[in-house]
Structure formats: C-alpha cells, structure tokens
Design a protein around this ligand. Structure first.
Ligand code: TRP
Length: 339
C-alpha cells in the first residue's frame, strides 16, 4: 500500500512562538518521523500576501520559519520541505480550480464572512477593504492540497472548512474532467488532533499573535526568562498551596514536562511553591528542550544561502510531482499543444 500523504502549510507572517511550537511544529516533526507517512511541509508565502502587505515582514518571516523547522531537526531528505511560490504549478492549478469553484461556496467561507460581518457591524460597505485574495483564499489552499494528492491535512478547527472546500473542488473537478475509474484529483481529509495542547499566553488567554501575548520560541535566555516572569499569576504567597488548574505557569509546564516532572510540579503546587520559584523552574525546563535548536537557529540565520539551498532542494523534489500532475490537468481541461 502506498504511504499516506500528510500535508501542512505554514503562512509566513510572524515569528514562531511557543504556542506554534507545542501545538503544531513539534507534533508535526514527530509525526513526520514515522515510516507510514509521506510528509509535505511548505511555507505558504502566497497566503501571507493576503494578510500582510509589508514585503520586509513577509520575507523575514519566511526566513525565520524555514530556519525554525530546520533547526528543530526536520529531516528534509525524508520529507518534502518547500516554499509555495517555488511551485509554479500551484497558481496555475488555482486558476483551473477557480473556474470550477462556485462563487456561492466562497461566499460561505468564514474568513470572508467574518470580514463582511465586521464591516456591516460598523455600518460600512459589506466589501470594504476585502480583496479577491481574501475572498478566494480557499481556492489557493485547495490547489496547495490537491497539487500533491494529500490524503490527510492536519489543521486547527478554524481551517476544517477550508479542507472540506478543497474536497468539494476536487470532487467537482473530477466529475467534470475525469473518469470515475481514474479520478485525477485525490480527495483530502482534514485531521484535528484533540490531544495537542493549546498553549496559554502571558495573559492566560490562548497564546496568539493577535492577542500580543506570545513568548517567541527562540529568544535569548535572558529574554526568555523575562517573558516567563511576565506570565500572569495570582497573589498567593510562597507557602500557600496553589491550584494547578487555573495556572498558566502550570499549563505551560505540562506541555514540556515528562511524567515525573509533572508529578513533581503538582506536588510543589500543593506544597505552596512560590511563583518566582515556579517560573525559574519553568524557564530551566523550556530552555533545556530548546537550547540546542536555538543555537542551530541563530547559526542558520547567519547563512541564509544554506536555508535557500534546502528550499531549492525541496522545490526540485516537489516539482517532480507537481509538473506531471499539472500536465494531466491541462490535458484534461483541453489546454495542450496542437498535434
Ligand atoms: N491557511 C492555513 C493557515 O492559515 C495555511 C495553509 C495554506 C495551509 N495552505 C495550506 C494549511 C494547505 C494546510 C494545507 O493556517
């Protein structure tokens, strides 16, 4: 049996933080080590343009995200690691899909609907500041997925709808253009991992760039300690027992601790560990897990041409799949050389 193809896109806006690490990067790299799957990871830089029109930020984020995955030990021989914009076939497939995708389907996409609702709530024109990029974002995402015949797309809950739309588009395309026996596009399935921790941020809400409450993954030790010191706690004094359930410090501890360390900290809370102590321990725990990768990351950032070489290697491998598929798609829709 052929291996399951698992595909994940990372939009290149922003700098990876501990929440991304615990909730997405670490589990994805672990899963990619299994021999039962073929993993595709790509930097979704075309998607970045929808959200961010600052060229410097898009470029810097692409560099940082690539360096992060490499520093954390992603095996680029075993997996596909590439940049969306290097795969010239993706925008081409996007257009083919645009031509079979119902506009009504896109009207229901929640990123677009959310923007419309926000406009209406402000008594503005429904489509104020909404670009075609935002409107047709799920079509580009469908092209990412269908280009490589992905079977499984691990996503957060907010992205489920997009994978379902990709599935709809694949079905529609196959119905129009290919035989039942030999469907051209593979129908993808979303996968939501309920076990993966959603990390809390400095203020106790979900750690997210939009809340401004993140702890970036690769800070210097000093900055990491400083950020951890800012995590919100309550006013209980050292010696007073503390509740593990409503503690962000404990929640983050749990995401990094092994069983023994978890039991130790649970006991320490019951024994009334002081917040200062708990935070010092949390710093040491996180730092132990990431310090080696941090060094690698900083070193990689001084050699962007080596990061680029990895991406080129990935693009070359990925295009071995995308070029032939696109040839078939062109042929199927009637766009090919005159014979
Ligand atoms: N839209 C996804 C996000 O914002 C990123 C993404 C782009 C993606 N293309 C993809 C994810 C394809 C999975 C598959 O998180």
């Amino acid at each position: 049996m052929s291996k399951q193809r698992v595909l994940t896109g990372i939009t290149t806006t922003g700098t990876p933080h501990l929440g991304n690490y615990v909730g997405a990067i670490r589990p994805a790299i672990r899963a990619s080590q299994s021999d039962d799957v073929e993993s595709f990871f790509f930097l979704a830089d075309y998607h970045a343009l929808i959200k961010c029109q600052d060229p410097k930020l898009v470029h810097q984020s692409t560099t940082e995200i690539a360096a992060t995955w490499l520093a954390l030990g992603l095996d680029t021989d075993k997996t596909m690691f590439y940049r969306q914009s290097d795969i010239r076939e993706i925008p081409e497939l996007t257009w083919m899909l645009n031509c079979i995708c119902a506009k009504g389907l896109m009207n229901r996409a929640h990123a677009y609907k959310g923007a419309v609702d926000a406009n209406l709530a402000e008594n503005e024109d429904a489509d104020k500041a909404i670009t075609m990029g935002l409107f047709s974002y799920p079509v580009l995402m469908a092209a990412d997925i269908l280009m490589f015949g992905a079977n499984k797309v691990p996503v957060g809950k907010d992205q489920i709808q997009h994978v379902e739309m990709a599935r709809d588009m694949a079905q529609r395309f196959n119905h129009i253009y290919s035989s039942k026996k030999n469907p051209l596009l593979t129908l993808p399935q979303y996968a939501v991992d309920e076990d993966v921790a959603i990390l809390q941020g400095l203020d106790g809400r979900k750690m997210s760039k939009s809340y401004g409450n993140t702890i970036p993954l690769f800070l210097t030790e000093k900055q990491l300690q400083k950020h951890i010191n800012k995590i919100k706690t309550n006013l209980l004094e050292p010696g007073e027992p503390k509740d593990t359930n409503d503690s962000t410090v404990f929640q983050i501890w749990k995401a990094f601790a092994n069983e023994e360390q978890l039991a130790e900290m649970t006991q320490a809370y019951a024994d009334g560990i002081g917040w200062g102590d708990a935070k010092k321990k949390l710093f040491a725990l996180i730092n132990a897990e990431i310090s080696e990768a941090r060094e690698k990351y900083n070193e990689l950032l001084t050699r962007p041409q080596d990061i680029e070489a990895e991406l080129q290697k990935g693009a070359e491998k990925a295009r071995k799949l995308s070029v032939p598929l696109m040839e078939q798609v062109r042929e199927a829709v009637g766009i090919f050389g005159l014979k």
